[in-house]
Design a binder for this molecule. Structure first.
Ligand code: AMP
Ligand code: MG
Length: 408
């Protein structure tokens, strides 16, 4: 049995980004997708020097350093307008936030700081050249690289790209992931359960998680624990997708055929990982597809997906999986662990104050019963508590490592 870290390392080592074909798509379709080429700015942002305040634009050379100065307001520049003729000595322009700085002006004063009567404007001393002016290119310079290839685009990114005038971006194609559930006991939602059956919740959860990641899902449905049916599904998945995810059938029971079929039809890179939940799992290759044989238990399959498969799929998509969002929090309650495996407890992190806590220390508690069939524990959680290998005892107030749960 290999460690969690070793399993993750070995999976990531096997994955290579899908590089082709490159698609040029409108920004509206680019959320969560990965840039195939670096992007540079054709224009600076902002495009012109503009006012950061509602107030008056003026020439700092006109101002006395020690006395109030009186200027004449000769123009008004709302956002979207601009002055063509430069201001002359002793002149000022009323200006609104975002409006272009009139030629000749090098200073904006806030309207709260001046006195105005009719055309007359009185400006106190102490103003600095350049103040309250957002220079052209303050955010992005012309020709500057905004994002490298491999950037996975988020909401702010789409705003930034739009600010440079772009409407389309070059993207790697979406990855295709085939998904199947194994188990004779599984019933598809919408059909009444018969004795001994349960609903196929794994496929629902993983389908959703894959959708959030931006993968195209090839849904292969429920496959019975039979060699012929399983072989056919694995073949189809490996031909149609870049990666294949199954749940169930990967343990040591009499009907656990997935590992055997993977060995027969492809190659197993590892089987069983020293983690809880998620010990029975297999990773390997079927034709050109990566194969992830996840455990059947609902908590286990989704946990392994989040901790191992998701980073691997991000790499397949062409981006570097971001560092895990880990931090330390104060444990509330008590916990003891006798087994040797690493453990991932489902938990909720809080930042509010509570008895004995001042609200500046994050604290964390488990989400109730932690059995690997208790999906409630994961549904309620916003983080995993990561317990290292080996037996240990955690007392109330002990510091533990937690990791935010990220799906998208
Ligand atoms: P297995 O690894 O196939 O022995 O399954 C372990 C446990 O997970 C059993 O209790 C199964 O009934 C349950 N299970 C397997 N597949 C699913 C699924 N798709 N949805 C919900 N529970 C499942
Ligand atoms: Mg099974």
């Amino acid at each position: 049995m290999i460690s969690f870290f070793e399993a993750k390392r070995r999976v990531l080592e096997q994955i290579e980004a899908i590089q082709a074909p490159v698609e040029h798509l409108p920004l509206q379709q680019a959320l969560g997708r990965v840039l195939a080429q670096p992007i540079t700015a054709p224009e600076p942002v902002p495009n012109h020097a503009n006012s950061a305040m509602d107030g008056y634009a003026l020439r700092s050379a006109d101002l006395s350093a020690t006395e109030p100065t009186t200027l004449r307001v000769v123009a008004e520049v709302p956002a979207g307008a601009r002055l063509v003729a430069p201001l002359q000595a002793g002149e000022a322009a009323r200006i609104m936030t975002g409006a272009p700085i009139p030629p000749g002006c090098d200073c904006v004063i806030m309207q709260e700081q001046v006195q105005r009567q009719g055309e007359q404007l009185t400006v106190p001393p102490g103003q600095q050249p350049g103040q309250h002016i957002r220079p052209a290119g303050e955010d992005i310079q012309r020709g500057q690289e905004i994002f490298p290839a491999g950037r996975r685009l988020g909401a702010a990114d789409l705003g930034l790209l739009t600010s440079t005038g772009r409407t389309t971006v070059p993207l790697y194609r979406r990855i295709r992931v085939a998904l199947l559930s194994t188990g004779n006991e599984l019933c598809s939602p919408g059909t009444p359960l018969e004795a001994g059956q349960l609903y196929d919740s794994n496929r629902a959860a993983l389908h959703a998680a894959l959708t959030l990641l931006g993968a195209e899902v090839v849904d292969l449905g429920v496959v019975r624990d039979e060699r012929v049916a399983l072989a056919a599904a694995l073949k189809r998945g490996s031909e149609e997708a870049d990666a294949l995810i199954s749940t169930g059938g990967v343990s040591v029971g009499d009907y656990d055929l997935v590992k055997e079929m993977l060995a027969a039809e492809g190659a197993i890179h590892f089987w069983q990982v020293a983690m809880k939940p998620g010990k029975p799992q297999a990773y390997g290759r079927l034709g050109n597809a990566h194969f992830f044989g996840l455990p059947g238990n609902p908590v286990s399959s989704l946990t392994v997906f989040l901790l191992i498969v998701r980073p691997a799929l991000l790499k397949l998509m062409g981006t570097t999986p971001p560092p895990e969002k880990q931090f330390r929090a104060s444990f509330v309650g008590e916990w003891s662990k006798r087994h040797a495996r690493m453990e991932f407890l489902r938990a909720v992190v809080h930042f509010d104050s509570r008895d004995g806590q001042n609200g500046r220390t994050p604290w964390v508690e488990v989400t109730g019963a932690q059995g690997s069939g208790i999906l409630t524990s994961l549904a309620k959680a916003n983080a995993f508590i990561i317990l290292p290998e080996g037996p240990l005892q955690i007392a109330d107030g002990d510091w533990v490592t937690v990791q935010w749960i990220d799906y998208d």
